[in-house]
Design a protein around this ligand. Structure first.
Ligand SMILES: *[C@@H]1O[C@H](CO)[C@@H](O)[C@H](O)[C@H]1NC(C)=O
Ligand SMILES: *[C@@H]1O[C@H](CO)[C@@H](O)[C@H](O)[C@H]1NC(C)=O
Ligand SMILES: *[C@@H]1O[C@H](CO)[C@@H](O)[C@H](O)[C@H]1NC(C)=O
Ligand SMILES: *[C@@H]1O[C@H](CO)[C@@H](O)[C@H](O)[C@H]1NC(C)=O
Ligand SMILES: *[C@@H]1O[C@H](CO)[C@@H](O)[C@H](O)[C@H]1NC(C)=O
Ligand SMILES: *[C@@H]1O[C@H](CO)[C@@H](O)[C@H](O)[C@H]1NC(C)=O
Ligand SMILES: CC(=O)N[C@H]1CO[C@H](CO)[C@@H](O)[C@@H]1O
Length: 442
């Protein structure tokens, strides 16, 4: 009898503490102790569209979130762990424990925490239909979520916080960090895209929101697919026009925005009933204005569909990598040297019209009265391989041709002067015009 009286309040306490736990379980799909391996199935979102688990990459696997758009054929990896680390082998396992989410690299005996929980309060995890993978404690508080660690993609409902960035992937099959990034820049309230260098220097930027005077705090993609900047705490500045916002009650559409391997930021809509994806908007609109998209000694033109950049070698050059035209070009001739002041030997010369240097000239510009004077000056200078010649405004300009102006990504012929062939085998005259807006000053 006395024992029952003692136990009674304890039973009540246990019952009470179970009530919040019960509500948590609605959000819980994966409980602690659950193990995943490359040969087992993934942790799917309720709709089955998002799969957290091991996904093939290179010779092994990467741990990430796969978005099935046209399942199972058209998939996109929207997030992955340790993207610049080595791929994991098929003996690896992933385990949700009270201490966090651990990747055990069985063969190497090593382990790596995707999320480490020092207070051992990890309760469960869920792959949500928004594309967010979330780890909860028993009070239903978020301990960790992939939405806080974006790689190259932001999903509808996700925010890129101040001073955070997303980095393009190398390609659609290699999700290591690629050439470009988009940064929510706290220092000057701008959302900026850069060619990745040692530092984010203004001359490497190829797109910016130009919101200097506003108090920009973050970039978000809302659930309706409108990309916007938050200004202060209340107002927002829409970056996309929202033209796609037509009422269609039968459609199930989700949105994403990704910095593409070729540097453009693209906003997508994904129709989950029709199983189609389309690009709603691109920043910048012209893929050839992405700085460095083509690599050294090559230039960019638009493909037939007007949306894909195509890189061509300058005359006298060939692709560094015949399988990828985005890796720049190298000389296709054997350089011959012109020591001292000996006159240059044989030469081939090419003229390319309506092109612009994308950065400030390497050497100070000289002024000539004629194109021939400019040409001869390059010929006399052993180190000159290319010369730009700007038409004066009073000269005849065929404006229709400017519509299709070629933009040269020739930031420098060769960065290392000792590698420069001091020879007149190739002279390239780049004829620009004052009509083409000059590149921005750094
Ligand atoms: C992905 O690209 C990076 C950088 O170019 C390279 O180091 C890595 O080996 C590539 N990974 C695979 C699996 O090809
Ligand atoms: C779209 O994909 C889902 C999931 O794979 C499938 O159930 C559905 O039938 C597909 N719809 C169409 C129109 O193909
Ligand atoms: C991808 O889809 C196409 C058309 O639906 C089909 O012919 C092809 O076999 C699929 N490929 C794979 C790898 O499933
Ligand atoms: C933002 O909100 C905080 C607290 O809610 C407030 O103190 C601050 O003044 C607000 N800032 C702006 C710019 O409205
Ligand atoms: C921005 O987009 C939202 C959502 O579509 C819309 O409600 C709002 O009116 C837009 N704001 C402006 C200034 O256009
Ligand atoms: C509405 O969405 C459904 C499903 O995606 C599609 O089949 C239909 O054509 C859409 N209707 C309109 C008017 O766009
Ligand atoms: C030194 C030399 O061969 N110069 C030639 C380079 O090419 C131009 C154009 O073909 C000729 O005019 C030069 O005589």
């Amino acid at each position: 009898m006395s024992l029952f009286l003692l136990l009674f309040p304890i039973i009540i306490i246990i019952l009470q503490s179970m009530i919040p736990t019960a509500s948590v379980s609605d959000d819980c799909q994966i409980s602690t102790g659950t193990i995943l391996s490359p040969s087992s199935s993934s942790w799917f979102s309720p709709s089955g569209r998002f799969a957290f688990g091991f996904h093939p990459e290179g010779d092994g696997f990467t741990v990430g979130i796969l978005f099935n758009i046209m399942a199972p054929n058209n998939t996109k990896l929207i997030w992955n762990d340790n993207r610049d680390g080595a791929q994991v082998s098929n003996s690896a396992t992933l385990k949700l424990t009270k201490d966090g989410l651990i990747l055990l690299l069985a063969s190497e005996g090593a382990q790596h925490y995707l999320f480490s929980d020092s207070s051992s309060s990890t309760h469960c995890a869920s792959m949500l239909d928004s594309g967010n993978f979330v780890i909860f404690n028993s009070n239903n508080n978020v301990l960790w979520q992939t939405f806080d660690l974006p790689t190259d993609t932001i999903m509808g409902g996700q925010t890129l916080k101040n001073d955070k960035k997303i980095v393009s992937s190398v390609s659609d099959t290699n999700h290591s960090s690629g050439k470009f990034h988009l940064r929510m820049q706290a220092s000057d309230n701008n959302l900026v895209m850069y060619l990745r260098g040692d530092v984010d220097r203004m001359e490497y930027a190829y797109w910016a929101s130009n919101t200097f005077s506003k108090q920009v705090t973050s970039m978000s993609l809302d659930k309706d697919g409108v990309l916007y900047l938050s200004i202060g705490n209340q107002s927002r500045l829409n970056l996309t026009n929202g033209d796609h916002l037509v009422i269609n009650n039968t459609a199930v559409i989700i949105y994403s925005v990704r910095i593409e391997p070729h540097g453009q930021l693209q906003v997508y809509s994904h129709d989950l009933l029709a199983n189609t994806s389309k690009v709603l908007q691109r920043f910048p609109e012209d893929p050839c204005t992405v700085r460095g998209v083509c690599g050294h000694n090559s230039y960019c033109i638009l493909s037939e569909d007007q949306t894909t950049p195509q890189c061509l070698c300058l005359p006298g050059f060939e692709y560094n990598n015949p399988n990828s035209h985005y890796d720049g070009c190298k000389t296709s001739f054997i350089p011959r040297y012109c020591p001292g002041n000996e006159p240059a030997g044989d030469n081939d010369s090419y003229t390319m019209k309506h092109v612009v240097f994308e950065t400030n000239p390497i050497a100070p510009l000289k002024t000539f009265n004629s194109k021939e004077g400019c040409f001869d000056s390059c010929l006399e200078d052993c180190n000159c391989e290319a010369a730009t010649y700007f038409l004066r405004l009073d000269e005849d300009v065929d404006m229709s041709e400017f519509e299709r102006a070629v933009k040269v990504g020739l930031w420098c012929i060769q960065t290392d002067p000792t590698l420069r062939p001091s020879v007149k085998n190739v002279i390239i005259m780049l004829e620009g015009s004052a009509e083409i807006s000059p590149p921005p000053n750094p």
